[in-house]
Design a binder for this molecule. Sequence first.
Ligand SMILES: Nc1ncnc2c1ncn2[C@@H]1O[C@H](COP(=O)(O)OP(=O)(O)OP(=O)(O)O)[C@@H](O)[C@H]1O
Length: 594
Amino acid sequence: MKFPFHTVARGWKTFHRFQQKGVLSEDQRLWSSPLKCSRSSSQLCKEKCFYITTPIFYVNAAPHLGHLYSAMIADCLHRWKLLQGFESRFATGTDEHGLKIQQAAEAAGKDPLTFCTEVSQRFETLFSNCSVSFTDYIRTTEQRHRRAVEHFWSVLWNKGLIYKGSYEGWYSTQDESFLTPSQVSDALDPSGKEVKVSLESGHKVEWMKEENYMFRLSSFRSLLLDWLVKNPSAVQPERFHQAVLQWLQEDLPDLSVSRQRSRLQWGIPVPGDPEQTIYVWLDALVNYLTVVGYPEKHERWWHVAHHVIGKDILKFHAIYWPAFLLGAGLPLPQVIHVHSHWTVGGKKMSKSLGNVVDPFEHSQMFTNDGMRYFLLRQGVPDTDCDYTHDKVLKLLNAELADSLGGLLNRCTAPALNPAQVYPAFCSHSFPRDRRGRAVEEDYHMVETVRSLSTVVEKHYESMQVYKALEAISACVRQTNGFIQRHTPWKLDRRDSKDGRWLDTIIHLTLECLRVYGTLLQPVVPEISDRLLTRLGVQSQERSWKDLDFLGRYFGTDCSFEGRPLGSNCGLLFSRLETQSGDKQKTMKSKKPAQ
Ligand SMILES: Nc1ncnc2c1ncn2[C@@H]1O[C@H](COP(=O)(O)OP(=O)(O)OP(=O)(O)O)[C@@H](O)[C@H]1O
């Protein structure tokens, strides 16, 4: 850890200074260390509940694939927690205030609320279409949110953490953010005029001078450092944690948290001062509290809050938001999961650049689960990833259609499995003493699949979903290799030894598929459902605790042995093809094996 103890100790000095001033309460020591729970909160922590949020999406333009990706990561985490038996709450929604929206509505010739409602509905429809199973959808123009923001503001105001002052400095309307001189550089606009731009986003900035309300952000620097040093997994992956620590080494001036009403009308007025509008980021961030019933009944869920965000909004979530929360006397989020960006031709996919991929069109072209699988299998949180049609096509054909779909087809095809059952496992054919027909590689496969759930759990927990999928995919390949090695289609059922060995091969393969189907549920819910249904696995047999693998080999029972298979709902995933003559990729229809 790069941060020495004296840096942290300064955090406590600040804490005591605030305490003496009556700004922070005695309990704040606990708030600033969210992994340690107070007596009452430890009871809350014991409950298996989980609260996950996406960013709320800015409605100045229609959704693109990057937005869907954020929502899919959060959805995967939510489904994963449900699979583990947690009570999970998953919130998403739209951020509807600010100058950019005021301007976008004006340009569209609509009043701001009508404009916001239309775009918000597009986000909601997209998420519903793509199996993003949110439990709460929030819009910042709702009355319940306005109430929460006004209350939150009053708490900060009453603690002396907001004061009226004058802000003078660089401001980017596009990013809705303030910048220090070191974050700004010179550039030429398209007409050749010299302009100043944000180093991080490249967006134009302007010098702003106006009287407004300031939040005492500078006073929280040491407390924030303390939180991050004591909770090394508060921001994940590690490189983003380090980035926040680095920012905190730099200047952290107080933050302007309002705009003159004359400049910005589309927002929540400052309580008690109708001449000022609350800064859109303060307004937006409070949504996470609104959803769980702030200010009256947020405790239960707020103690288990996890945010999923893109790296572009890290500073708002890992510096401003925790500082606001500390100021308001509320616990900090458990983890901020950060992901990188989808790029097109190396450039960030973004509304303002206009290089966006339409998520409606592409999830129709590749299917919802196909799109989910691709984004979560290829999306690496640490680094940006380029999106191309060909990559999607190749990956889905190789891993979903050929490898996983082919495996299911092989062991459920009537030619190999005429009785259409989960056949019996024969321990003489596949004995523990390794003296049967199974070979060394088969035993190795069994051990790998047995430990797969532990591997996958670790990766889902840290939101390295691509690693979980890599591990599952490697196992699917091994299982195909197992079938290929023993060529069961050459065995003669009329011979009793061959018949038992054939059944054992199929039993083992179906057991592997049951594990893969169960573990894949957070990523591809529809495909997993079809797979498990085909295997005859009931909906109440698909949870984490049902993952015991190959009981008949490991000396326990197998409740599936002898059961009829479920109905055949067709191919698990149809191969995607490029039609000659044009670049359009379509689904090739093919009959399932009879
Ligand atoms: N290219 C992308 N890849 C992955 N996630 C993205 C991408 N673009 C946006 N997001 C996600 O959506 C959130 C909100 O993005 P935002 O509404 O600012 O979209 P944008 O296209 O970047 O807009 P703008 O071009 O106006 O900056 C981001 O914080 C991130 O979580």
